[in-house]
Write a new protein. Sequence first.
Lengths: 199, 188
Amino acid sequence: MHQFRVLRTYDVARVAVFAALIAALGLPGALNVFGSAVPITLQTLGVMLAGAILGSWRGALAVAVLLALVAVGLPLLAGGRGGLGAFALPSVGFLLGWLPGAALTGWIVERGGHSPSFVRLLVACLAGGIGAVYLVGVPMWAVVGGITLGQAALQTAFFLPGDLAKAVLATIVARGTQRAYPDAVPAVHYDRLRAGKED
Amino acid sequence: MLHRLPVGVKLAGLAAACTVLLLLRSPWAMAVAVGVVVLLFAVARVGVAAAWAQVRPVRWFAVALFGMQLVFADLPSAVLVTSRVVLAVALAGLVTLTTRTSAMMTALERGLSPLRRVGVDPFRLSLLLSLTIRSVPVIADLAARVREAQRARGVEWSMRAFAVPLVVGALRHADALGEALSARGLDD
């Protein structure tokens, strides 16, 4: 339990770099729908990767750090958006949904042991990156936009093909990364940290 | 004038204003709210261009929302719902415009300091925030280099050939950074 409470220096660096990675994935430029009310970006890809590689609470922490810096006014969201205004938009739920999204992705991957299978990674990315994010995003979209839940769900369905493609891409990238760098598997990283402590 | 107000007051004011906006039920009350917001922008001496830049991201959404409300409800509720969203965005933008990022960071760190009681070290937290800010240009630079390597290999359109080296590179950088910090005794 101890290792989950204390944020070791290794984790500070990993969390910071992944928060920066999510920000950097917004740089190539966002494809906007509804005048950027809900932009399609690669940033959700970064959110899924943060969960799949850092594990549940470290992944969620990376998202929290990014959102805190956005709230403070840094233009780290896709298309250089930032500031408190990003949280007043009707799409705010799709941002806040990143927190449980990364956490759920990480939770499922963590249960896959030292070499999570492709299917497990895919399920994790779908459940976290789409399921959890939509679960927060759609109701908030309905409340802030003043429309019914059904209408909000219908409009969100428009983004589903893109999000499915991103979940598959996140799975392929997470799998490739974990093969090239075994320490990118949460369970392997925890073991190494534990071993390091015994030295 | 708004620039000098303490950050905490501005944030509390923003939260209160957004709540009031949700409670307004008549178009007349909303008209007064519009007047108040315009007045606040004037008091803060924010130019029209800067003010527009804050609201611009929601312009098409506002049009779509207005049209939808008009179809499914009536004109008063369309006006009410649309102006509520636009005003909330404008007010949030006003707080961001009149506050330095450094002042917001200080407020954030102060706001998070009660977490000390559940075992979160405030120093580690501010290290985390500043490391993230420092890492953004590093990772953006890494992304540019991976793109160039991709071009050289002729796999420009493969997302996999872009993202895997980027993520592995980012992890290597993070772990080297962690090692360097640890070597300086940060875990003691």
